[in-house]
Design a protein around this ligand. Structure first.
Ligand code: SF4
Length: 251
């Protein structure tokens, strides 16, 4: 391993219980065995990584002890985040000491649009609203993650108003990440023709949202999540841990 980065995104497995239209996850990696996951956390700590984001696929579908892995990372002084679609989080998840921050996806303020993009029995939006309510009540730190496609482009200003209102009074929203749709992976590659947003339109909506006077959370423009100076992706394939920038992603 070489290089310096402060945030490591560990893709524990490719499997997921959803079928999002824009999913960038490839099926080219494998579920990381638990022992290798623990070893990877230790290596990341030795590299000076301060923050670890555990994702997938869906991390709660991982066969290993996810919360045990979180405890291990925290015992080494890391800030631990879980990026999840929220469906299979354990009861009382919002109070778990093992997790410093939850990364929660929300594509639109309004249910029909969100549920058309994130396919799960037509009810994912209501699950996410429940999870976000619980996190707000607990005062737990949250990052909201949104993929900007042609399907929700026109609604991003409404979503911005929703994020402001959600954060108001508690200021528990750490950040809002606006990802540009990438034509990669099991969803993105298939739906590239209908979901790709022109780069200048994506840039304009990000600038508009960032400039809102009421937007207290940090808004991150993520035109290509795989091209970051500070974030590196890690996964398991062919019996070993790999890192870099390939067409894989978290929730
Ligand atoms: S975007 Fe995330 S939640 Fe949706 S299918 Fe892909 S891994 Fe699962």
């Amino acid at each position: 391993m070489s290089g310096v980065e402060s945030v490591a995104v560990v893709m524990l497995l490719p499997a997921c219980n959803m079928h999002c239209t824009f999913c960038v996850t490839e099926e080219v990696f494998e579920s990381i065995p638990e022992r290798q996951a623990w070893h990877l956390v230790e290596q990341l700590h030795q590299r000076g990584v301060k923050t670890i984001v555990l994702g997938g696929g869906e991390p709660f579908a991982w066969e290993g002890d996810l919360l045990g892995l979180c405890r291990h990372a925290r015992s080494l002084g890391m800030t631990v985040q879980i990026g999840t679609n929220g469906i299979d989080v354990p009861d009382g998840f919002e109070h778990l000491d093992e997790v410093d921050r939850w990364v929660i996806p929300l594509e639109a303020a309004e249910a029909t649009m969100h549920d058309a993009m994130r396919l799960y029995r037509g009810q994912h939006h209501s699950i996410i609203m429940d999870r976000l309510d619980a996190l707000k009540s607990a005062g737990k730190s949250v990052t909201i993650s949104t993929v900007v496609t042609t399907a929700n482009m026109a609604d991003i200003d409404n979503l911005a108003a929703w994020v402001e209102a959600y954060d108001r009074g508690t200021e528990h929203v750490h950040a809002w990440h606006l990802y540009q749709f990438l034509p990669l992976g099991r969803g993105g590659a298939v739906n590239a023709a209908r979901l790709t947003v022109p780069a200048e339109d994506y840039k304009a909506v990000c600038q508009r949202v960032k400039a809102r006077p009421g937007m207290r959370p940090i808004v991150f423009k993520r035109a290509n999540m795989y091209r970051s100076q500070v974030v590196r992706f890690w996964w398991y394939a062919g019996g070993k841990v790999e890192c870099g920038s390939v067409g894989n992603g978290d929730s």
